[in-house]
Design a protein around this ligand. Structure first.
Ligand SMILES: NC(=O)c1ccc[n+]([C@@H]2O[C@H](COP(=O)([O-])OP(=O)(O)OC[C@H]3O[C@@H](n4cnc5c(N)ncnc54)[C@H](OP(=O)(O)O)[C@@H]3O)[C@@H](O)[C@H]2O)c1
Length: 292
C-alpha cells in the first residue's frame, strides 16, 4: 500500500480488531496487534506464521496509562514510526440510566472513550514529527443516533465522535488524518460481551433494591427483542476490516479523504434517517423500528 507503514491496532483478540490486524498485515503493513490478554493471540499468531504476515502481538490494556505508554514506546524504539492507529477496543454497556451505577458508567468511558484518548495522545508526538499519520476511531452508528437501551454506550461513542471531529482541525497542519468507522450490528463477540446493570451492590455485597426489577424493563426488553435477532443475519467483522483498509488506503494516498464511513445496511439507513428527518420524525421512526 505505502512503503514502511506501521500500524497499531487495539483490541485485536477478536472480532473487528482481529480481522483488521490481519487485513493490514496482508497488505504488508507491519502490524502491532495489541490485546489485553496476549494468551488470546495464539490464533492470530498461527495465521501470521502460515501466511508469513508481519504481525507482532503485544499486551496492551487501553484502560491503563502505563500499558499504553509502554507499548507505544516499544514500537517507536523498535521501528521509529507509527503511521496508522486503529482505536478499536471497546464493549457495550446496555441498560437504563437509573439502573446503572456511576462505576459501571465510568468503566464504559474508561475503555470506549479514554482508551482511545490515551492511545491517540501517545502516538501524536511520533505522527506529528513524521508529519503523517492516520487515526481510525471505530465508533458505531450508536455514536450518531441515540439508541434505546444503550444510553451509556451511545454517549461514550458520541464523545469519541465529538473528539474526532474537533481534533481533525488541530491535526490537519501536521498531515494527520482522523477517520470515523461507524458499524451497525456486526457478528463478533460484542453481543456475548455486553454488560448489563449488575444486581449486586459493590459496597454492601447485597442485591440492589431497584434491580431485581427495573422500572424500565418494558423498554429494555422491547429493544433487546428487536436487537438480539439482528445478530442472526449480521455481517461478519471482515465487512468492517475491509472498510478500514479502504479508508486507510485513501487517507495515505490522497491529500483529501473521507472522514466518516458507515458500515452495514442498518448503519446506513439510520445515518440517513438522522440526516434527513426532523428530531420528532426520527424519534417516531426509532420507536416504531426498535421498540415495536
Ligand atoms: N459488533 C458490533 O455490533 C459493533 C457495532 C458497532 C461498533 N462496534 C465497536 O467495534 C469495536 C470492536 O468490537 P467487536 O465487535 O469486534 O467486539 P469484540 O469481538 O467483543 O471485540 C472487542 C475487543 O476489544 C477488546 N477490549 C475490551 N476492553 C479492552 C481493554 N480495556 N483493553 C484492550 N482491549 C480491550 C476485547 O478484548 P478481550 O478479548 O480481552 O475482551 C476485544 O479484543 C468496539 O469498539 C465496538 O464498540 C461493534
Amino acid at each position: 500500500m505505502v512503503k514502511a507503514s506501521i500500524a497499531l491496532v487495539t483490541g485485536s483478540s477478536s472480532g473487528i480488531g482481529f480481522e483488521t490486524s490481519l487485513a493490514l498485515a496482508r497488505k504488508r503493513i507491519d502490524t502491532f496487534a495489541t490485546m489485553r490478554t496476549p494468551q488470546k493471540g495464539d490464533t492470530i499468531k498461527k495465521i501470521a506464521k502460515e501466511e508469513n504476515l508481519p504481525i507482532t502481538v503485544l499486551k496492551m490494556d487501553v484502560n491503563n496509562d502505563d500499558s499504553v505508554r509502554k507499548v507505544v514506546k516499544e514500537i517507536v524504539d523498535k521501528v521509529n514510526r507509527i503511521d496508522i492507529l486503529v482505536n478499536n477496543a471497546g464493549y457495550g454497556l446496555f441498560g437504563a440510566l437509573e439502573d446503572l451505577t456511576t462505576k459501571e458508567i465510568r468503566n464504559q468511558f474508561e475503555t470506549n472513550y479514554f482508551g482511545a484518548v490515551r492511545a491517540i495522545k501517545e502516538v501524536l508526538p511520533t505522527m506529528r514529527k513524521q508529519r503523517r499519520g492516520v487515526i481510525i476511531n471505530v465508533t458505531s452508528i450508536a455514536g450518531v443516533v441515540g439508541i434505546p437501551g444503550e444510553c451509556i454506550y451511545c454517549s461514550s461513542k458520541f464523545a469519541l465522535e465529538g473528539l474526532s471531529e474537533s481534533i481533525s482541525y488541530e491535526l490537519q497542519p501536521y498531515g494527520i488524518k482522523v477517520i470515523l468507522i461507524e458499524p451497525g450490528v456486526i457478528n463478533s463477540n460484542f453481543i456475548p460481551n455486553i454488560k448489563f446493570p449488575s444486581l449486586i451492590d459493590e459496597k454492601s455485597g447485597r442485591l440492589r433494591n431497584n434491580t431485581s426489577f427495573s422500572h424500565y424493563s418494558e423498554t429494555i426488553n422491547a429493544f433487546l427483542s428487536h436487537y438480539y435477532p439482528l445478530m442472526k443475519n449480521a455481517p461478519s467483522p471482515t465487512l468492517v476490516s475491509k472498510k478500514i483498509l479502504e479508508s486507510v488506503k485513501i487517507a495515505l494516498s490522497s491529500p483529501q479523504c473521507f472522514f466518516r464511513y458507515t458500515v452495514g445496511e442498518d448503519s446506513k439507513s439510520l445515518a440517513t434517517a438522522k440526516r434527513d428527518m426532523s428530531d420528532f420524525q426520527l424519534h417516531d421512526f426509532i420507536t416504531k423500528r426498535m421498540l415495536g
